[in-house]
Design a protein around this ligand. Structure first.
Ligand SMILES: [Zn+2]
Length: 267
């Protein structure tokens, strides 16, 4: 056989083998705890570094999440990045940027949605229910675990203003401070936010489930927006979450007395 043809066949076989190794490792990349897998991945990257095939594959390899020291400490305490449980969830933590009611960046050490593991599993179940109701929508997570020191920052910004009544006192603590509450809305498959009748952190009656029927009657909220709110609500309640009367986007996993007696507030 011509040597060039033989060399080409061997090269293609080795490339196929490398591709196989690469793909089997990628299936585990969502798990942040698998450091040994990441080491293997680095070795594979070295092997393939000079290959144009490797370069094209590298473009589509999902980058493992990078966690801050604070987030790694949360994981040791039993909190989980919910995207590691369900990669089809979407996140846009509003207090990690300045697009929130304070217009300030409040999170310096949290960039991922962390919840207590059992609460994260409830959220995944609710997301599956939502997708079974409408395969064209997804959850967009707006706030998850919020450390108590951030609650203090928020409190200081609203104290003495009309907005104070909408922010939980940091002394008693918000359910977010325990990683047992989540704020969320709905997006389409392109990640575009859907209309649920008001913006997140709207402090008017538009945001309050207790006024929904009146708002619908007065034409202040559309039937479609209200249907989406109720689809979100029925999906969350089916997984065991509880609503509150003042914010359509906020859900508690457990009664607050249970949370305060059983779980640790994160400082
Ligand atoms: Zn909330």
């Amino acid at each position: 056989m011509n040597k060039r043809i033989l060399f080409f066949i061997i090269f293609m076989m080795l490339s196929g083998l490398c591709l196989f190794i690469r793909c089997t490792n990628n299936s585990n990349n969502d798990n942040p705890d698998t450091q040994d897998i990441n080491v293997n991945k680095d070795k594979d990257q070295n092997k393939l570094a000079n290959s144009s095939i490797a370069d094209s594959i590298a473009d589509v390899v999902k980058t493992p999440p990078e966690y801050s020291a604070y987030e790694l400490a949360l994981m040791k305490k039993g909190f989980v990045d919910v995207l590691s449980l369900d990669s089809t969830l979407k996140t846009d933590l509003r207090y990690a940027g300045d697009q929130n009611f304070t217009n300030e960046i409040l999170y310096d050490s949290i960039q991922h949605c962390f919840l207590l593991k059992e609460v994260g599993e409830m959220l995944v179940e609710a997301h599956q229910t939502l997708k079974s109701k409408d395969s064209t929508v997804r959850f967009l997570l707006l706030d998850c675990l919020r450390p108590n020191h951030v609650q203090h920052k928020m409190w200081d910004l609203v104290r003495g203003t009309d907005e104070q009544k909408y922010v939980a006192s940091p002394h008693k603590g918000s359910m977010h401070n325990y990683g047992t509450a989540v704020d969320l809305t709905l997006v389409d498959l392109d990640g575009k936010e859907l209309d649920l009748g008001s913006a997140f952190d709207d402090f008017s009656n538009l945001a309050q489930p207790r006024h929904e029927l009146g708002l619908l009657k007065d034409g202040k909220i559309s039937r479609e927006a209200l249907d989406r709110r109720w689809m979100l609500k029925t999906s969350m309640k089916a997984a065991g979450f509880r609503t509150i009367q003042t914010e359509w986007w906020h859900y508690n996993a457990f009664h607050k007395d249970v949370v305060r007696s059983r779980y640790e507030m994160i400082k």
